[in-house]
Design a binder for this molecule. Structure first.
Ligand SMILES: Cc1ncc(C[n+]2csc(CCOP(=O)(O)OP(=O)(O)O)c2C)c(N)n1
Length: 583
């Protein structure tokens, strides 16, 4: 049977066919849909984990327990899971263990564009790199086989174009593989130094064996063309290079690590000039140079951003882009949604000129005009830990004008330990948890504080107030961020409190179906053009609600965008905004 599948859907299907028993992930673009799709297969136990390290460890545990296990994450997620990743190469597996790393060259939705192929070499774990949906499907199945045969985790690395583009996939049925027997084996699974030293040797030997596999496996192959130009490529870069050099001889690498040295030597003897076409780092190029070969690679091909056929053509054929149609789309900068519950708190923070240590989520958009009230964003959890450091640097008085803002999902992911640090080290910082009851940024996935599982079943709900109390926070405020007066009051009290404070802004995301339905019952808001002071005031505009626009020098609320909340009414000092049915 053939299906039209995105790379992520194809990975889910491949995992199901390969008798994957358990899967876990933390959402992150471009990987999110892998677990969302796996959750449709009832034979696979699927879970959202609080973060990638937990997801990784749970799946390594499942593998040790004999199950075929898959963990998926975006590229930066593998940084969070790097600790178990490195040592999982030592322990090896029992049931097959597949790690999906979905990278994001071009940073469509990420804070950096690191090339996670390097993690494979760093951890000494075999790496598979699909070039389309069919390969995404096939390589996941292959990865389970390799994992069990060679007793190793296997990384399957995709990039945004592979994850999200759709292609025809020849699919199969699930072939059930039983859960393997578990035998106690501390010398394999308990990495005290005495055992780990031995395991390190086993790992090095395993790499040699895997090199042989890489030289002979069908997914590393020479595709013969003319002998003028030979191109080495993997992943999506292979497709771009194929389009630009249809006549060339290719070394197509589905398994770029361990590198197939002998296969490369054979390929190099067949062609006069060699190009390496790869996105981001010179990962393949360096392995070739180590063998002593001269190739053309990163001195011509950019090591930042995504590639495309035009860039490859320009770099290697020096052909101008003129005459080649380049698809252009209108740029639409991201913005917070009309009525977003995050708007209220940022309005107040901006008014008070507070230093805001930011985090990652929809609310990061508060860095942009007209809100402009986020000072920093680095990684998930950074806000909470860094506000403590910031206040250490600037002294106790800094705590009266500095806060951390962090979304509910991000707080569960990696904000909790930062808060423990503040309390433990007698800090005095204020942490604002923006609780919109969902992981909005990545498409509304549930998390432990929503009380729902990935399949929507009810479960225990993590209670932020109880949690903060258990950590030792004594000053805790829960406010509705659509109530600006209450928000202002909580902020004032927390900033003046001589110790750690937590404010929880509690209001569901406007795009959650129940909340959306509720808001639809409210009347839209309108601006009385006579009362509005326009440019002389501009207060409502500073809210950053996209429904509020300028028209003829006055504020105007776009009725198609207004969701009917009454945030803007509270910002107007001239009572110029009111519900439409009061006109
Ligand atoms: C280590 C890591 N994992 C995943 C992501 C992707 N990601 C960015 S923010 C975010 C969570 C956003 O949810 P929340 O904190 O609740 O804020 P909201 O978007 O709902 O406002 C996720 C999953 C990431 N950037 N880094």
């Amino acid at each position: 049977m053939r299906l039209l599948l995105s790379g992520n859907e194809a990975i889910a299907r491949g995992a199901w066919e390969a008798s994957c028993h358990v899967a876990s992930a933390y959402p992150g673009t471009p990987s999110t849909e892998i677990l969302e799709n796996i959750a449709f297969y009832k034979e696979i136990k699927a879970e959202w984990a609080p973060n990638e390290k937990v997801a990784f460890e749970a799946m390594l545990g499942a593998s040790i327990g004999g199950a075929r296990a898959l963990v998926a994450m975006k590229h930066v997620g593998l940084n969070v899971a790097a600790d178990p990743l490195m040592t999982s190469a030592y322990t090896g597996v029992n049931g097959g263990f597949v790690i999906i790393s979905a990278d994001d060259p071009g940073m469509h939705s990420s804070q950096n564009e690191q090339d996670n192929r390097i993690f494979a070499r760093f951890a000494k774990i075999p790496l598979l790199e699909p070039s389309d949906s069919q390969e995404a499907h096939d390589f996941v199945k292959l990865a389970f086989e390799i994992s069990e045969k060679y007793d190793t985790p296997v990384i399957v690395r995709t990039t945004t174009r592979i994850s999200h583009a759709k292609g025809i996939v020849e699919v199969d049925d699930r072939k059930e593989v039983p859960i393997r027997e578990y035998r106690k084996n501390p010398e394999k699974y308990t990495m005290i130094p005495a055992y780990a030293r031995r395991r390190h040797e086993i790992l090095e030997n395993r790499l040699e064996t895997l090199k042989n596999l890489s030289n002979s496996i069908e997914i590393n192959r020479i595709e013969e063309g003319d002998n003028e130009i030979g191109i080495v490529a993997s992943g999506i870069a292979y497709q771009y290079a194929r389009e630009v050099f249809p006549e060339a001889t290719f070394l197509k690498l589905g398994m770029p690590f361990p590198f197939p040295d002998d296969l490369f030597r054979k390929f190099s003897s067949m062609v006069k000039k060699i190009y390496v076409v790869e996105e981001l780092e010179p990962f393949i190029e360096e392995q070739i140079r180590i063998l002593g070969f001269e190739v053309t690679g990163k001195e011509k091909i950019p090591n930042t951003g995504e590639l495309n056929p035009q860039i490859v053509r320009k770099a290697l054929k020096n052909e101008d882009l003129q005459g080649i149609p380049v698809q252009k789309s209108v740029k639409r900068p991201p913005a917070m949604c009309p009525g977003c519950p995050h708007l209220g708190i940022f309005f107040e923070l901006k008014k008070k000129r507070i230093n805001v240590m930011g985090d990652i989520g929809c609310y990061t958009l508060a860095v942009l005009p007209p809100i402009e009230s986020i000072d920093t964003t680095v990684d998930m959890g950074f806000s909470v830990s860094s506000v403590h450091g910031f206040n250490m640097a600037r002294g106790e008085s800094s705590a009266k004008k500095s806060v951390a803002v962090i979304g509910d999902s991000t707080f569960v992911h990696s904000g909790i330990t930062g808060l423990i640090d503040i309390v433990y080290n007698r800090g005095f910082s204020t942490v604002i948890i923006l609780d919109n009851h969902t992981t909005a940024m990545t498409g509304h996935q549930p998390h432990p504080a929503t009380g729902r599982t990935i399949r929507g079943e009810p479960t225990k709900k993590l209670d932020f107030v109880e949690l903060a109390r258990a950590i030792g926070v004594e000053d805790i405020h829960v406010v509705d961020p659509h109530d600006l007066k209450a928000t202002r009051k909580a902020l004032k009290e927390a900033l003046n409190y001589p110790g750690p404070s937590v404010i929880i802004t509690d209001r569901p995301c406007v795009l959650l179906p129940d909340e959306w339905k509720k808001l639809q019952k409210n009347p839209k808001k309108v601006v009385d053009q006579e009362l509005c002071q326009g440019d002389k005031c501009g207060n409502c505009f500073r809210l950053g609600c996209p429904a509020i626009v300028w028209k003829n020098g006055k504020a105007f609320i776009d009725p198609l965008l207004c969701v009917g909340c009454d945030l803007c009414i509270q910002t107007c000092p001239f009572d110029a905004i009111h519900p439409e049915d009061e006109t």
